[in-house]
Design a binder for this molecule. Structure first.
Ligand code: JBU
Ligand code: MG
Length: 382
């Protein structure tokens, strides 16, 4: 069998799908995308096709190594997202050829169902109580929200109190019948992470995510020594080589590699195994589309240390399309009390509605995140 063609489709809300065709008529799908840089990743995917067209899609490991090492320069969000989507499509083809879901090819199920969580509140955490209430009625009990709005390197006690007050309201409204992670989203610098974590201790969140930016990774250990709140990060780390220093240094209780940013299934299975050796939990990042989620689930179902899976149903980014709009087998993604069952179809387990993808690609938006600024006009982390 030989790879014959790679076609990319940018679609609403901010996703991109890759269709990989073969001379045997078997097609694989991937979701190579960095939110806000879809066109850049698209160019990278087509540059990498040099290593793929004419090659045997069964040789995933060799193709991965050729894409990663062959171009001398390596790593980073663009190249690793392009490799991720290509890797997903290769695993999809392998599973379809062998008639097995990818998790069977990776050693079989390690659990019967996977716990997921939902986002509440938007870029500026608001209406969280109402949002949680609606999702509790739908059977969810685990959530994530942004912790703050713009926050200066050094900022006021009032800003800290506003952030903590929102969390206090949640506990007042729902007690401990629900759990939630708080995403600092890289908006918080180390001098402000300390007082925020200290004040949040009383409300016992499930985790705090990106307590500081990934480039400040050496702070994780120091912050972890000052708090009992589990710290999580990983969406802006793109390979084992980014994660290894974090494992060695310590401080993270949860790692959140993104299956569409960190080299795909081939790489994230290895990251998951590294994490397990350090007693670190896995909670793949996935504010994206159905192929990305399906790839996450393939890794979740073979990783003992997988504890939570992000999924984007109802997330504030999904404007113009929702998680399952491009999926034929919607029922396979049904959530029951926040849990999802193993996807039964061969390959990644998602049957893409190609006509819907092609139609949506005709009017694809160029999504990018807003550029935030502080009151003094300087750029703020979004
Ligand atoms: O889902 C999360 O945890 C996020 O922090 C969302 C962020 O990754 C945006 O997708 C970036 O555009
Ligand atoms: Mg996040």
């Amino acid at each position: 069998m030989k790879i014959t063609k790679l076609t990319t489709y940018r679609v609403a809300p901010r996703w991109m799908f890759l269709k990989m065709e073969t001379d045997a008529g078997v097609t694989g799908w991937g979701e190579p995308v960095i939110e806000g840089r879809a066109r850049t990743v698209e160019a990278a995917v087509h540059e990498l096709s040099h290593y793929l067209v004419g090659q045997d899609p069964a040789r995933i490991n060799d193709l991965w190594q050729a894409m990663y090492r062959g171009g001398f320069y390596r790593g980073g969000p663009i190249l690793m997202s392009a490799i991720a989507g290509i890797d997903q499509a290769l695993w999809d083809i392998k599973g379809k050829v062998l008639g097995q879901p990818v998790y069977e090819l990776l050693g079989g199920l390690v659990r019967d169902r996977m716990k997921t969580y939902s986002w509440v509140g938007g870029d500026r955490p608001a209406d969280i109580i109402a949002g949680i209430g609606q999702l509790v009625d739908a059977g969810f009990d685990t959530f994530k929200m942004n912790g703050t709005e713009e926050l200066g390197l050094i900022d006021s006690a009032a800003k800290v109190d506003a952030a903590v007050g929102r969390i206090a309201e949640i506990r007042n409204a729902f007690g401990y019948s629900i759990e939630f992670g708080i995403d600092f989203h890289g908006r918080v610098a180390a001098p402000m992470a300390r007082p925020l974590l200290r004040e949040l201790e009383a409300y016992r969140p499930l985790f705090v995510e990106e307590p500081v930016l990934a480039e400040q990774w050496e702070q994780y250990r120091r912050l972890a020594d000052a708090t009992s709140i589990p710290l999580a990060a990983g969406e802006r780390m793109y390979s084992r080589f980014d994660f290894k220093r974090v494992f060695a240094e310590g401080g993270l209780a949860i790692v959140q590699p993104d299956l569409s940013h960190a080299g795909g299934i081939t790489e994230c299975v290895k990251i998951a195994a590294m994490a397990e050796a350090y007693d670190v939990a896995l909670a793949p990042h996935c504010p994206l589309g159905p192929v990305a989620l399906a790839a996450c689930l393939q890794v979740d179902f073979v990783s003992h240390n997988a504890v939570l899976q992000e999924q984007s149903m109802g997330i504030h980014y999904n404007r113009g399309a929702e998680l399952l709009d491009y999926v034929v087998n919607k029922d396979d993604f049904r959530l029951c009390d926040g849990y999802i069952d193993p996807l039964p179809l061969p390959g990644l387990g998602v049957e893409i509605n190609e006509d819907a993808v092609k139609e949506a690609s005709r009017t694809a938006p160029d999504w990018r995140n807003p550029l935030w600024r502080h009151a003094d006009g300087s750029v703020a982390e979004w």
